[in-house]
Design a protein around this ligand. Structure first.
Ligand SMILES: Cc1cc2nc3c(=O)[nH]c(=O)nc-3n(C[C@H](O)[C@H](O)[C@H](O)COP(=O)(O)OP(=O)(O)OC[C@H]3O[C@@H](n4cnc5c(N)ncnc54)[C@H](O)[C@@H]3O)c2cc1C
Length: 596
């Protein structure tokens, strides 16, 4: 398919019914479809890989369902360093194929697929060794810039020590002897997953969060006695909102369950990574920072009014649902970054802490997870099912394509027709339409809707063309144009829009992923929680007990996380988090026809 043909196939949003709107009505219709039809493909897991697979399959014309136990991006896909990058460190590990592929994806995302969400970011690599380091890094960065193909970001530049310090006066003068600046790109990982999910819905995919796969169903299970119990023909699942068992039938099931992947499906070895956020004003620096550590690298990444500092890389042998940061993780990050800062950071500077699990594939017995490859692996433990592990956020599209290619091969060999090739390389996500025109017209938009220019720019970079929806909402209800108090710069309209269009079901979905309040304000969103809960309650028609449960669950989760951060090791941090109803999803089952 040509690029133009794919672009013409972008999800359409006619006036009236918006097929891309994820809300309780979409969830109900999706579950009716998933339990009533035999789907071509059922995707399990709503991280970037799963929703990417749903976009890939649905845009090839397949009938697709997706279930996610918690929320879109509730796993690693909201806990990453938020870089869309080739990964300089993989270049150093001589993993050229991975870097080339990731840089190609970076360019596609920045220019075609998600220009509204993916933005260039400048980094400084401080040099600390005389003679060899500058030419070594220069050669690496030349390769990095060249491997990306047609240039999407500016080239790397050599900086003298004084030029580097002028751009980064927050660094200690003895911390570097010079520097190199280079560009990579970044995106709000959780928001991009929500946009991918909406894009999939626009192509007709049925999606439902708060639905857990219990186990796969074999042919013999589904129709006892007719066939040997072999081929996977669907899944047994549980609708966690209604506390109900459901059966979903599909010709092919793909498992994109990240760190939750079981050993009999694929050997995944979860590796924990922790980040902290601190106020932007605390480090005077025009660039992000990339520094070498003993085992890996440390990033200090600009993130709105904050710096994102990370990350760690350690084995996580506990339940993936309760990945927790410990005091040791936080102390490690502070010690590393303080090694180069004029004014050291303290725990009092920390605004947010988050931990996620990389779903690395345990292909080798490498003792150290930093040495495990970031390439992805697809396996088929039984006919009718494909499982994916490994990979990186940046290469989600390639992973999704390969996964659906595997499903297509199986479908074709099992009596289905030929499935068309993937078109996602040329498929802009929802919100990408007329991006450059919209960005150029941002001042006029601000004047027209009465919002400050800075807010319009922020909205455009989060919603792209769907900013129009948010602006319309504010025009109809001007109180929604006000800031959500205590949330760190988000508008009240964004809470409502998260419910009506972005599939938010629990209070945590809004505070942790549709907005990033939970990692951006010091109290982790506690002060904003009651107001956000009221807005959601009105929008979703919650009963008083439901409101109370949502608020209490969110506050309990924050308290448990804070307790975990004072624990000295992983096991105690895990135990601190474990007793809450869920670290990432608050299960609020409600009997009855709706989830109020
Ligand atoms: C600390 C850290 C930093 C990173 N930084 C970067 C970076 O800067 N750039 C980059 O490219 N990559 C980065 N990565 C890697 C990237 O985040 C992951 O590779 C990617 O997000 C994995 O996505 P996924 O969809 O495979 O898994 P996940 O996002 O974990 O999604 C799996 C989903 O499956 C769901 N699930 C599990 N079991 C079930 C079930 N039984 N039924 C229904 N649903 C289920 C889970 O709830 C979860 O939402 C980083 C990772 C970490 C942890």
């Amino acid at each position: 398919m040509t690029d133009t043909a794919a672009i013409e196939a972008s999800p359409i949003r006619p006036a009236g019914i918006d097929a891309t709107a994820l809300n309780p009505a979409h969830r109900a219709t999706s579950l009716t479809r998933m339990t009533g039809e035999v789907l071509d493909v059922l995707v399990v897991g709503g991280g970037v890989t799963g929703v990417g697979a749903a976009v890939d399959a649905a845009s090839r014309g397949l009938s697709v369902g997706l279930i996610e136990e918690r929320d879109y991006a509730a796993g690693a896909s909201s806990k990453s360093s938020k870089l869309i990058h080739g990964g300089l460190r993989y270049l150093e590990m001589l993993d050229f194929a991975l870097v080339r592929e990731a840089l190609r994806e970076r360019r596609l995302l920045l220019t075609t697929i998600a220009p509204h969400l993916v933005k260039p970011v400048a980094f400084l690599w401080p040099l600390t060794h005389r003679i060899w380091e500058r030419p070594y890094l220069a050669a690496g960065l030349l390769l990095y810039d060249t491997m990306g193909g047609r240039r999407a970001v500016p080239r790397a530049r050599q900086l003298s020590r004084s030029a580097a310090l002028a751009a980064a006066p927050g660094l200690r003068p003895d911390a570097l002897i010079g520097g190199v600046s280079f560009f990579d790109t970044q995106a709000d990982d959780a928001r991009m997953v929500a946009m991918l999910a909406r894009t999939a819905a626009g192509f007709g995919a049925a999606l439902a969060t708060n639905v857990r796969m219990e186990h796969t169903l074999r042919a013999g299970d589904a129709s006892p006695g007719t066939m040997p119990a072999q081929r996977v023909v669907g899944v047994a699942a549980r609708d966690l909102l209604h506390d109900a068992d459901i059966t979903i039938r599909a010709r092919h099931v793909v498992l994109a369950t990240g760190a939750w992947t079981r050993g009999d499906q694929l050997q995944v070895r979860p590796s924990k990574g922790v980040h902290i956020t601190v106020p932007r004003a605390r480090i005077a620096m025009d660039f992000g920072l990339l520094m070498r550590t003993e085992k890996s690298v440390l990033f200090v990444i600009p993130w709105g009014d904050h710096w994102l500092i990370g990350d760690t890389d350690t084995e996580w042998p506990y339940d993936p649902a309760y990945a927790a940061a410990s005091r040791a993780d936080v102390a490690y990050l502070l010690a590393k970054v303080n090694g180069v800062l004029r004014e050291p950071l303290t725990e009092a500077d920390i605004q947010g802490v988050f931990a996620g699990l990389r779903p690395l594939v345990a292909a080798s017995a490498a003792a150290d997870t930093t040495k495990l490859s970031r390439e992805h692996t697809i396996s088929s433990p039984a006919p009718g099912v494909s499982v994916i592990g490994g990979g990186k956020y940046t290469t989600y599209r390639v992973m999704a394509r390969d996964l659906i290619d595997a499903a297509a091969t199986d479908l074709a060999g099992h009596g289905g027709g030929r499935v068309p090739a993937s078109v996602t390389h040329a498929l802009p996500l929802l919100g990408a339409d007329q991006w450059s025109q919209r960005w150029s017209a941002r001042r006029e938009t601000a004047a027209r809707c009465g919002l400050p220019l800075s807010q319009v720019e922020r909205l455009l970079n989060r919603y792209g063309s769907c900013t129009d929806d948010v602006v319309r909402l504010i025009a109809a209800r001007p109180d929604l144009g006000e800031l959500l108090a205590g949330a760190g710069g988000y508008l009240r309209a964004e809470v409502v829009y998260a419910c009506t269009h972005e599939g938010a079901i629990h209070l945590e979905d809004v505070l942790a992923r549709r907005t990033r309040t939970a990692i951006e304000v010091r109290d982790r969103g506690v002060a904003a929680a009651a107001d956000a809960c009221e807005l959601m309650a009105t929008e979703l028609g919650w009963s008083t007990p439901r409101r109370e449960r949502e608020l209490a669950s969110y506050l309990a989760r924050v308290a448990a996380q804070l307790a975990g951060e004072t624990a000295h090791d992983d096991e105690s941090a895990y135990r601190a988090l474990r007793p809450t109803a869920g670290s990432d999803a608050v299960s609020c089952p409600e009997a009855g026809a709706d989830s109020r």
